[in-house]
Design a binder for this molecule. Structure first.
Ligand code: HPA
Length: 270
């Protein structure tokens, strides 16, 4: 049963770490530098944890790292599952269910994305204040287990407004310019067409990516507060000239990774 699987995953992790994390962070493509902010790191590969979906993509480190940032016990999820890889929505969000069982109360989600809003530029960070789910699927579909959350889940404030304010404050103190806007998930793995970006713009999206939304939905369902920080790696199709490449996405994310790490570690330490 799903609930028992989650419990078993959490039990295994508890046996292998010596802290009780209250904050979890999901790291997006190229944003791995946050790892360096972690004191007393303890690494558990996803493949060691019972019931964790097995990774089928190369070039990512799929692992959990428990450690401390200041006084806070933190669980880093390095490498994430994507719907376009063929995982189910529940598998994509599986680490979030497990984080809840470990006592996590706040989830910080990072990602790389393309900007639709012309006021944004590659290298910018953006606080996500709402999402649009363009995929005709989500992790809550199917039988509901009331022990986890309600059948009909409120989604009126998927990203916690008080936490958004705190991250903004931290960014201002660090002199980091941070944008704010709506994240649309598009299924991928191909980069959107020009017409699709026009549609997303009309819908009210500021940025587009292929992740984040399943984890956000499940965190809200479980009663975990969410903060989302997107890293803009490129202008979206049709907004830019030229073609997209994964290499470019990773490179720009990598360049912004120091800024992202500084923002997140300072925010948490406070
Ligand atoms: N579209 C979708 N996902 C992305 C993009 C994009 O332009 N850039 C980085 N991830």
């Amino acid at each position: 049963m799903f609930y028992d699987d989650i419990l078993e995953s959490a039990e295994y992790i508890k046996e292998h770490i010596n802290i009780k994390p209250t904050i979890a962070i999901i790291l997006g493509s190229g944003l791995g530098k946050v790892v360096e902010s972690l004191a007393e790191p303890c690494v558990i590969p996803f493949t060691d944890i019972p019931h964790f979906p097995t990774s089928n993509v190369l070039g990512h480190n799929y692992q959990m790292i428990a450690g401390k940032i200041g006084e806070k016990a933190v669980l880093l999820l390095e490498g994430r599952y994507h719907y376009y890889e063929g995982y189910t929505m529940k598998e994509v969000a599986y680490p979030v269910y497990v984080a809840k069982m470990l006592g996590v109360e706040q989830l910080i989600i990072t990602n790389a994305c393309g900007a639709i809003n012309k006021n944004f530029a590659p290298g910018d960070l953006m606080l996500i204040d709402d999402f649009i789910n363009t995929i005709g699927n989500n992790p809550l579909i199917g039988q509901n287990d009331e022990r986890l959350g309600p059948r009909f889940c409120d989604m009126s404030e998927p990203y916690d407004l008080a936490l958004i304010a705190k991250v903004k404050e931290t960014a201002a103190d660090l002199n980091i310019d941070i944008k704010q806007g709506v994240y649309a998930i598009f299924q991928g793995p191909y980069y959107e067409t020009k017409a699709e970006i026009k549609m997303l713009k009309t819908m009210g999206a500021d940025v587009v990516g292929m992740s984040t939304v399943p984890e956000t939905i499940v965190a809200n369902y479980l009663g975990i507060k969410v903060v989302g920080v997107a890293c803009i790696t490129n202008m979206a199709t049709g907004i830019r000239t030229g073609k997209h490449s994964h290499e470019e996405v990773c490179q720009v994310a990598n360049e912004a990774s120091d800024k992202m790490a500084k923002l997140i570690s300072t925010y948490i330490a406070r």
